[in-house]
Design a binder for this molecule. Structure first.
Ligand SMILES: *[C@@H]1O[C@H](CO)[C@@H](O)[C@H](O)[C@H]1NC(C)=O
Ligand SMILES: *[C@@H]1O[C@H](CO)[C@@H](O)[C@H](O)[C@H]1NC(C)=O
Ligand SMILES: *[C@@H]1O[C@H](CO)[C@@H](O)[C@H](O)[C@H]1NC(C)=O
Ligand SMILES: *[C@@H]1O[C@H](CO)[C@@H](O)[C@H](O)[C@H]1NC(C)=O
Ligand SMILES: *[C@@H]1O[C@H](CO)[C@@H](O)[C@H](O)[C@H]1NC(C)=O
Ligand SMILES: *[C@@H]1O[C@H](CO)[C@@H](O)[C@H](O)[C@H]1NC(C)=O
Ligand SMILES: *[C@@H]1O[C@H](CO)[C@@H](O)[C@H](O)[C@H]1NC(C)=O
Ligand SMILES: *[C@@H]1O[C@H](CO)[C@@H](O)[C@H](O)[C@H]1NC(C)=O
Ligand SMILES: *[C@@H]1O[C@H](CO)[C@@H](O)[C@H](O)[C@H]1NC(C)=O
Ligand SMILES: *[C@@H]1O[C@H](CO)[C@@H](O)[C@H](O)[C@H]1NC(C)=O
Ligand SMILES: *[C@@H]1O[C@H](CO)[C@@H](O)[C@H](O)[C@H]1NC(C)=O
Length: 437
């Protein structure tokens, strides 16, 4: 006869449990205790095979909200995970699906690890994502065609560099209108550079270098990238003329890297009118013609490298008036005429490479006296005459002087003979005389 009572008691317990559950759930809805978030993190940890770097992620420490104090984790005021910054933590394997359950995630950086697998489309669930850095891993396969629809529209930084992505750049990328930073450097991406990328008018940094794209030109739509500060498209199999619309980006462009392509034609004279330009790297192309300077405004240039082209004519005198110029590299062209004396007075010059041209006249007499950081001078295989400048090592920084195969005469100056920093000196094939001091 005890059975019904028992049953009843059992019922009561069930009801109580259910009620407690309801209460608890109601509370959860209200103050959002982040127990679920800790669970998700632990799932991620397990999926990655409990890596040592995540040892401190454990249930013993998972009192309410304490996961927000776990290493590499950041939360909002409600205890929801907003950032995961797992840079160089030795995690390997695929990105766990559970990452997609961190629905308030804003910042995800898992760069420089051993991550494999395909692009993690579960990140499409993280609608608030602004920063995604997958750089320097082994993520492979094609970028999904719907990536621009899938990822949240607030995304402003995408760094996919140094992975094994292949296939083409999805045109849907152009949907990510808030993108300021896009980096696909060092992957295996092929096809054309999509003209749609010109729609990403918020872009400040566009880095595409070192991908085996089909031979082609940079899309002319790039002229719409009014906020572009840095364009890096070395080794992108670019052909055709130097993209002349670049000269119409005077408000923003500071860094232009187009080296190691097959660009032909002349360097547009207006390029020197880009007021903010700091770095111009266009070495290793097939550029021809004279280096014509028209309306020079790029007074803040710090590095100019136009080496390994087929340029002719003289070195523009204005290059000798750039107070911040540290690198001037002009080697392996067909430049002629004399080296402007002003080059010898550049206050910031560190590296001067003039080898393999048809330069005549003398090395600037004052070279080194005003450039106290001068460390590398290469002028071999020209038709230079006269003596070796006295002050090359005046700043005590000179590591290398190569001036072989010219017609230099006179003696080796004392300042050079006493240069303690000098590691490499080659003056062969000249008409030098006197004793080695
Ligand atoms: C990753 O591995 C390296 C080399 O074994 C080690 O020095 C480093 O501390 C590890 N990093 C983390 C976050 O565990
Ligand atoms: C992405 O991570 C790499 C390696 O940690 C870092 O060098 C790079 O600056 C990061 N990219 C961005 C856009 O912050
Ligand atoms: C996107 O950014 C805006 C402006 O900062 C913000 O109001 C909005 O909540 C963000 N959207 C998401 C899904 O986080
Ligand atoms: C890039 O693709 C080529 C040809 O498909 C392949 O041989 C090479 O291994 C790939 N490289 C990487 C880093 O994935
Ligand atoms: C991309 O690489 C994967 C292997 O990671 C390969 O199966 C696929 O065929 C490649 N796709 C293209 C377009 O090269
Ligand atoms: C130039 O680009 C090619 C691919 O187009 C690459 O194989 C090579 O390593 C690059 N060379 C330099 C010096 O960057
Ligand atoms: C430059 O042009 C020459 C002759 O047309 C060609 O043989 C060479 O491969 C080209 N070099 C580059 C880097 O495009
Ligand atoms: C010149 O370049 C330096 C960095 O090299 C930068 O800090 C500075 O703001 C620039 N000055 C001007 C006038 O653009
Ligand atoms: C050279 O660089 C300094 C320091 O960054 C900067 O203040 C100065 O304006 C620059 N010179 C020019 C001509 O832009
Ligand atoms: C320089 O011009 C000569 C002919 O004047 C030509 O034979 C040589 O190939 C050119 N060198 C370069 C690097 O273009
Ligand atoms: C070096 O050669 C120039 C002519 O090229 C000549 O005027 C000068 O006297 C020579 N100097 C010495 C020290 O031989």
């Amino acid at each position: 006869m005890a059975t019904p009572l028992c049953d009843c008691a059992y019922c009561l317990v069930l009801v109580l449990v259910a009620f407690a559950c309801l209460l608890h759930h109601g509370a959860a809805e209200k103050s959002q205790p982040p127990a679920g978030e800790a669970e998700i993190l632990l799932k991620i940890k397990r999926a990655w095979g409990d890596p040592p770097a995540l040892a401190a992620w454990n249930t013993a420490s998972s009192a309410t909200g304490s996961h927000c104090h776990w290493p590499y984790v950041g939360c909002d005021a409600a205890g929801r995970v907003t950032s995961l910054t797992l840079v160089s933590t030795n995690v390997t394997g695929r990105i766990p699906d559970a990452v997609g359950s961190l629905s308030r995630l804003i910042h995800l950086d898992i760069s420089n690890n051993g991550i494999t697998g395909a692009f993690p489309t579960m990140l499409y669930h993280c609608r608030s994502l602004r920063y995604l850095n997958l750089s320097t891993n082994y993520i492979s396969g094609e970028l999904p065609g719907d990536i621009g629809h899938g990822l949240g529209a607030n995304l402003s930084t995408l760094d996919f560099s140094t992975n094994e992505f292949n296939g083409t750049i999805p045109t849907s990328m152009s949907r990510l209108r808030n993108l300021k930073y896009l980096d696909l450097v060092d992957n295996n991406v092929t096809g054309n550079i999509p003209t749609e990328l010109g729609d990403l008018t918020s872009l400040e940094t566009l880095w595409l270098a070192n991908n085996p794209f089909d031979a082609g030109e940079l899309p002319t739509s790039f002229k719409n990238l009014n906020n572009l500060v840095s364009l890096w498209a070395d080794g992108c199999n670019l052909v055709g003329d130097f993209p002349s619309y670049m000269v119409k980006m005077p408000k923003s462009l500071e860094f232009l890297y187009l080296s190691n392509n097959s660009l032909t034609g002349t360097i547009p004279p207006d390029i020197w009118g880009l007021r903010k330009l700091q770095v111009l790297f266009i070495y290793k192309n097939n550029l021809t013609g004279n280096v014509v300077v028209d309306g020079f405004a790029a007074m803040n240039l710090t590095m100019i490298d136009v080496s390994e082209n087929r340029l002719t004519g003289v070195i523009p005198e204005i290059f000798g008036h750039l107070e911040n110029l540290t690198l001037l590299s002009l080697f392996s062209n067909n430049l002629s005429g004399e080296i402007p004396e002003s080059i010898g007075r550049l206050p910031s010059l560190k590296i001067l490479r003039l080898s393999n041209n048809k330069l005549t006249g003398m090395l600037p007499l004052e070279l080194g006296k005003h450039s106290l950081g001068l460390s590398d001078v290469q002028a071999n295989d020209n038709e230079l005459t006269g003596g070796i400048p006295e002050g090359l090592c005046a700043g005590g920084q000179l590591l290398r002087l190569i001036a072989s195969s010219n017609h230099l005469n006179g003696t080796i100056p004392l300042g050079l003979a006493n240069c303690a920093t000098l590691q490499k000196l080659n003056l062969r094939g000249n008409k030098l005389s006197g004793e080695m001091p």
